[in-house]
Design a binder for this molecule. Structure first.
Ligand code: TRP
Length: 323
């Protein structure tokens, strides 16, 4: 059993690339591992400044993740800002973080290169992330490729402190990327990503789903003729939802001819809508019971605070803050 820590950036609507690229594995890993999952609202604060938006995103993310299978009976699930010791650790780690380490961070360099105003929280973002991870002695951290360097920075900071204390006080985390699932393509055939505006959202209504799917780019093979499924965006999206035998069935429909892309799109629409139906029902329940969601989050925070406070209290003593 490993300790897996997942930080969820609360930034609005989830799409099927998020689902197959990370959420599904996180949900699965709950069966074998001890999962710690939190909503990184302090981190979100570095990019979202509207208070109402930030509040809305926290609850919306919590509801979405619970609906998609985060099980609060097995997994610790909380909001970052409800566990205060993370900020104390952030400060302590700062004293062991060389400036150069942060100056080399790609995400900081990219953001400032794009003209985003550099403030201190953007600069020290990786230190707070290190605090999130090290506070719980996390062993495995599932992340997207863009976050790998942050895990490396976390290891560097942990090594600095461990060396200073002359003991393995912090566990060195390993990152885990979901390369094995392959790229989830969007409506234009590129990787599905918000920034490409080619996403299919998990919880959109039928009408919107239909509209999005109608925009999927296909070629112009006439209806009667056999079609290639390999490079067809409709097929490549659909296969994520289908088991082997259903995939074969669909391949055969392509090969036979006599059906147009309109038929395959309609099939895709029905498939996606059906696939997420149980999740949609759970989500409706949580949307109607937001107090229950808040209770789950507060309960999660209470439980992990016990672990966090113990770690911090030990550290205070070791570095001379406790007197
Ligand atoms: N920075 C991460 C992201 O953008 C979110 C995050 C914050 C995180 N703290 C973390 C991820 C700790 C893993 C571990 O996706």
């Amino acid at each position: 059993v490993s300790r897996v820590l997942a930080g969820i950036q609360p930034s609005g609507t989830l799409h099927i690339g998020n689902y197959f690229g990370s959420i599904q594995q996180l949900v699965k890993t709950q069966q074998e591992n001890q999962v710690f999952a939190f909503i990184a609202n302090y981190h979100a604060q570095t990019s979202v400044s509207d208070a109402d938006m930030l509040k809305k995103y926290i609850l919306q993310s919590a509801i979405d993740f619970l609906s998609l299978g985060i099980n609060p009976d097995k997994t610790f699930f909380w909001v970052q800002s409800d566990v205060k010791s993370v900020l104390e650790l952030y400060w302590i780690l700062s004293s062991f973080t060389p400036m150069g380490l942060l100056q080399r961070a790609h995400s900081y360099k990219d953001k400032t290169a794009k003209g985003i105003n550099a403030n201190h929280s953007l600069f020290s973002y990786p230190v707070l992330m290190a605090a999130d991870i090290l506070l719980f002695d996390s062993q495995i951290v599932p992340v997207g490729k863009d976050q790998i360097q942050h895990i490396e920075i976390t290891r560097d900071i942990a090594i600095k402190l461990n060396t200073h204390l002359d003991e393995e006080f912090f566990t060195l985390p390993e990152y885990q990327t979901s390369d094995n699932v392959g790229t989830i393509v969007g409506t234009d055939g590129q990787k599905m990503s918000k920034s490409y505006k080619n996403t299919i959202d998990i919880f959109c209504e039928q009408k919107e789903l239909k509209k999005t799917i109608s925009k999927i780019i296909t070629n112009s093979t006439p209806l009667e003729e056999p079609k290639e499924y390999e490079n067809c965006n409709v097929y490549n999206i659909a296969k994520q939802f289908l088991n082997k035998s259903k995939q074969e069935e669909l391949k055969n429909r392509y090969k036979q001819g006599g059906e147009g892309y309109g038929h395959f799109k309609k099939y895709l629409q029905e498939t996606i809508y059906e696939y997420f139906e149980p999740f949609r029902q759970k989500r409706q329940y949580y949307l109607n019971h937001t107090d229950e969601v808040r209770d789950i989050l507060k309960d999660g925070a209470r439980k992990v605070s016990l672990i966090a406070d113990e770690k911090i209290s030990l550290l205070r003593d070791k570095i001379g803050i406790k007197y």
